[in-house]
Ligand binder design. Structure first.
Ligand code: 9WN
Length: 409
């Protein structure tokens, strides 16, 4: 059984390969996405390390001159996704979006190298690009000492409750008519709402209006929220980059110092009244006041606290299948609506990586076993209903296949 699932997972990666890059899934997501690609590389490293490096190299070939690595690279036209390149209108060739995504690439590059240490030179060539990207985060997104996002899509956790407080101040009433494509591929009740999409678009229109000046986006845009998920990922990525550089004899630059500086700023994300890590709206200086998926990544950055262990146990006790991306006790918890409740295999892999490094082997193993069972019973879907275990969203998903091969299977 397990063997045929391995074969199926490899077939999904190969089937989603468009020549040097993979799409997250055919149809719903027909371009190259930033953090999906990093996970794809990890998956490829289990059977084709050469192809794994190519995936990362293709992504970084589209890095902007200011260091940003965009969240989507539109290698070829495809009408199946909205908003496409003409809406973003960033002026890049090939076209890209104008925001970034969680910087997991350094962490994945380190794992890819570990799978086959003979590719030292390719890893070494990537180090300065990773450094540039991390410095871009510090310059263009770290505000008040902590990593922020200027668009919910930049968090990779689109419609998480975290963003509701900041999105309330974004005016989506004047974006004009548009045609969504996502709701033609998957059940609309599992997707973000129209009110959210109106605001997503308003934020894209703002970026376009200022010529995608990344510093102005953060300093003047209608939405700026400190994101625990990106904050933890970036700290971990800087640490992994310092180690990767040392392993391949490349200049680590200020990678370790960046990690240290970011760690010092983390305290502003601790919601003392509620006892958990929390997103914070920098425009109004208000916490989101929700225990959400970003907090589960604290262990990845060595920022676990006893309160978080207690929350983990409670959330786990409330659902049957893996880790929910939203506190199941919250009145808005929605087991099937994207980032407002469901369990995501790739995300579980990241959380488990942190738990394992924090010495929480039993919790990491439980998360692995839960994730494996979901995939075995339901397939390689994008995400799952954590209450019933039902597969949801897109099928034959690249990063689900990747984490099966590297971790869950
Ligand atoms: C917007 C591709 C991406 C993931 C994100 C996920 C979803 C896009 C969308 O799909 O976001 O970037 O259109 O919903 O939230 O994490 O990278 O799989």
């Amino acid at each position: 059984m397990s063997e045929s699932l391995d074969e199926r997972a490899r077939a999904i990666l190969l089937g989603n390969d468009r020549g040097g890059y993979t799409v997250p899934t055919a149809g719903l997501y027909p371009f190259q996405w930033n953090w999906d690609s990093a996970f794809a590389a990890w998956g490829f490293s289990t059977f084709d390390p050469d192809r794994a490096w190519t995936e990362l190299e293709t992504l970084f070939a589209h890095q902007w001159p200011d260091g940003m690595v965009p969240h989507i690279v539109f290698h070829r036209d495809d009408e199946g996704y909205f908003p496409g390149p003409t809406v973003w209108s960033t002026g890049r060739t090939p076209a890209t979006s104008g925001i970034s995504q969680p910087p997991v690439a350094a962490t994945m590059a380190r794992l890819v190298l570990a799978a086959d240490p003979s590719h030292r030179e390719r890893a070494a060539a990537l180090v300065p690009k990773l450094l540039d990207w991390h410095r871009w985060w510090i310059r263009a997104r770290v505000r008040d000492g902590v990593a922020c996002i200027v668009h919910p899509w930049e968090s990779g956790r689109d419609n998480a409750f975290d963003w509701d407080v900041g999105m309330a101040n974004v005016d989506g009433s004047d974006v004009g008519p548009y045609q969504r494509r996502d709701t033609g591929h998957v059940d609309p009740s599992m997707r973000p709402t129209k009110a959210e999409y109106d605001r997503y678009l308003a934020l894209v229109q703002f970026g376009r209006g200022i010529g995608w000046d990344q510093v102005r986006l953060a300093d003047e845009g209608p939405f700026l929220m400190a994101d625990p998920g990106v904050a933890f990922i970036l700290i971990r990525a800087c640490e992994d980059l310092a180690v990767l550089a040392a392993e391949v004899g490349a200049d680590p630059g200020d990678a370790a110092e960046m990690a240290e500086g970011l760690r010092a700023g983390l305290d502003t994300l601790w919601n003392d009244a509620r006892g958990h890590w929390d997103a914070r709206d920098l425009r109004t200086d208000t916490f989101a006041n929700v225990l959400s998926s970003g907090a589960w990544l604290c262990w990845l950055a060595g920022a676990g606290r006893p309160e978080m262990e207690a929350h983990l146990a409670t959330a786990w006790g409330a659902v049957r299948h893996g880790l929910p991306t939203m506190d199941p006790a919250h009145p808005g918890f929605d087991a099937r609506r994207y980032w407002r409740g469901p369990a995501w295999p790739f995300y579980n892999a990241l959380v488990a990586m942190g738990l394992r490094d924090a010495g929480k082997d039993a919790e990491a193993e439980r998360l692995r076993a839960d994730t494996a069972a979901l995939i075995r019973n339901g397939g390689f879907n994008e995400y799952f209903d954590p209450v019933e275990g039902t597969p949801c969203g897109g099928s034959d998903f690249t990063w689900t296949a990747a984490v099966w091969l590297t971790w869950a299977g």
